[in-house]
Design a protein. Sequence first.
Length: 169
Amino acid sequence: MNKAGEALQVQLGKIRAGVANPSILRDVTVEYYGAQTPLNQIASISVPEARVLLITPFDKTALKNIEQAIFASDLGLTPSSDGSVIRLVIPALTEESRKDLAKEVKAEAEKAKVAVRNVRRDALDHAKKEDLPEDELRKIEKDIQGLTDRGIKNVDQIASDKEKELLTI
């Protein structure tokens, strides 16, 4: 159940909120010497300004490949290169796009809640298969439900925090 919350945080970290966050580049892989390599392994990513990401490759020959990988990703960002570094300017979000992203956050939160409920179902099934006295089984079911409630509350809190971040101008 905790892993569902952690997975939600990773997923929500990829949603850009109009501010520069290196985690939006987490899934970008670059063709580097014939192998697909994560961007963060062949370049340093820093945030020099609130809405700018600065990508400095360790090997300058990889600059073109990094640019192509960013273009090919579904980030919707246009890299600008000066020959040694790449700058990614994160555009400011409009009110409409903020609301769309908030809907996306709710959808991701719902997926995480389903994952928590699936863990509950599996735990209840496992407990019922054990040959336990009925009063002990009820206690276990109550404990599992308590853990489920905490897991869902955690997911709701994570989603609420991200929505506030998105909707704050």
